[in-house]
Design a protein around this ligand. Structure first.
Ligand code: DX5
Ligand code: ZN
Length: 228
């Protein structure tokens, strides 16, 4: 039972040897793989589709893969990512006309479901769907690129999201994505996050195992709920 989960974002991995780099980060202590999907429409960048996820599964990557859809629309991609081997699929409320239907679609396809909030997106989108969620993702940068600076306004938003989860006695992962590093992770954990997406904060270091150990050491004293 782990208190905090680390989800290395392979957006910062070496795409010329993605399978090997992904395996290396898991063998070095990463818990989940965070898989960023960008479409040059919802966000101004273009990354990976379901075929690449399938290739990682064929390369015997068995870790939990958390797919972050930054695309518009999303519904047609959900069955494709589920079949390719995704475990959890997260989308942004602005990217679908029917949030509830999209959440059902993810569940029908056998995956856990997450809802992602851009820095200026209100948490009010949680009002009628929170009980259907396995994960809430708070973006701590504007989505589209790795290696941006963490927006401090995310800390209050994390506290608010944590309150909503705990006051409803729900078992929902609270994930934070963007600018998370060794230097700020304990403050972020104190604010209520328990799943940390980290791209450049791991992949920019030559020794993944060493930086992951340091991050875990930093998290040791941040007191939040245990993940079951
Ligand atoms: C940004 C992506 C992030 C990105 C984070 O749009 O959703 O997952 O990889 O990268 P870092 O940790 O470098 O900010
Ligand atoms: Zn992401």
């Amino acid at each position: 039972m782990k208190k905090f989960l680390l989800a290395p974002s392979i957006l910062s991995a070496d795409f010329a040897c993605l399978g090997k780099d992904t395996k290396k980060v898991i063998d070095s202590g990463g818990d989940w793989i965070h898989f960023d999907v960008m479409d040059n429409h919802y966000v101004p960048n273009l990354t990976m589709g379901p075929m690449i996820l399938k290739s990682l599964r064929n390369f015997r990557i068995t870790a939990f893969i958390d797919v972050h859809l930054m695309t518009k629309p999303v519904d047609n991609l959900i069955p494709q990512f589920a079949q390719a081997g995704a475990n959890l699929i997260t989308f942004h409320p602005e990217s679908t006309d029917h949030i509830d239907r999209t959440l059902n679609l993810i569940k029908e396809n056998g995956c856990k479901a997450g809802l992602a909030f851009n820095p200026a997106t209100s948490l009010n989108f949680l009002d009628y769907v929170i009980d259907k969620l396995d994960l809430i993702l708070l973006m701590s940068v504007n989505p589209g690129f790795g290696n941006q600076s963490f927006l401090p306004s995310t800390l209050n938003k994390l506290r608010e999201a944590r309150k909503r989860i705990d006051s409803n006695e729900l078992d929902i992962f609270l994930q934070v994505d963007g600018g998370v590093k060794l230097e700020n992770i304990s403050e972020i954990a104190f604010s209520g996050a328990n799943v940390f997406v980290i791209g450049s904060g791991i992949f920019d270091y030559p020794d993944y195992q060493r930086i992951i150990e340091k991050i875990r050491e930093e998290l040791k004293y941040s007191d939040f709920k245990f993940i079951h």
